[in-house]
Design a protein around this ligand. Sequence first.
Ligand SMILES: [Zn+2]
Length: 335
Amino acid sequence: MSFKTKFFRIANPITKNFSFEKFFGSLPFDNLILVYHLVSDEDVKHVKHLFPYRSVRQFEKDLDFLSKHFEFVNWEDYLNQKKTSKPKLLLTFDDGYSEFYNIISPILLRKGIFAINFINPKFIDNKELMWRNKASLLVSEINENNNYKNKISNFSGLGDNLETNISSILKINYENRNQLNEIADFLNIDFNDYLKTNPVYLTTEQLIKLKKDGFGIASHGWDHPLYNQLSLEQQIDNTQKSLDYMMDNQFLNDSFAFPFTDHLLTEQFFDLIFKQNSDLKFTFGAAGLKLDSYSKNIQRIPIETKNYSAEEILKNEIIYYQVLKMLGKNTIKRS
Ligand SMILES: [Zn+2]
């Protein structure tokens, strides 16, 4: 358990009489940016071993709470630093899951709330399953099927019991992602068959409709690598390819959200990518409430923590920020 998770557990019961207005006023932020992935009442096999997600009911509860304390803004108002009576809040969704079209956008349209989707162009139209979704799907299939449980023990290099087999699959990194295909072949699991019956990602047609409905579509890297495992050249290539896609398809090419984390990204990367793309205004990480020594890189708050409401997560983030500030650790420093 991370220090932050421990902190959340301790801080939560003692913040019952917390005033958002009072505490938010003391922060150096005039807006918050939240990051979700998807909302679903289903058991989503290709995601459930990666991160928690909200049910429809939980998501609507989050929105009701957020509407009381914040004013949702669209991308233009965010860029123009629109003056609002309540603190501004920008909603973002990562990875381009099809649930945004089927479940989330109808809710947001009904409530008049804007959001940006940060997508990986490589997977749009369900051309391929993203490597992390492959890992989650494999683990789901193994857990649900005794034949796979027996068979996987014969795949070399994953450890000597079911538990280590599963944790090894979930640890396969971007560079070795082809191993996921090898395991699937070995078990006779066909990722493309899965995609045909379960459209995991948004389609081009849906993206165009979402844009018409006023939602933002922007870049989350070409194929969702972990950036700090790439060379500087690979980081730039992966980002540029996805920004070019946005330009070609007339989506937003003035923002970019890092897949996973911007941890260890250097000033050199930021200098290069902003220089190469004169339209690019901001890049986004997901480290929670923190400042960043690179002023055009803005941190978002992950808001899907299991068993915590948006209200509890935000309370904890605000208190945690005060603690980081006292320790002089509230700014991410880049070399
Ligand atoms: Zn992502």
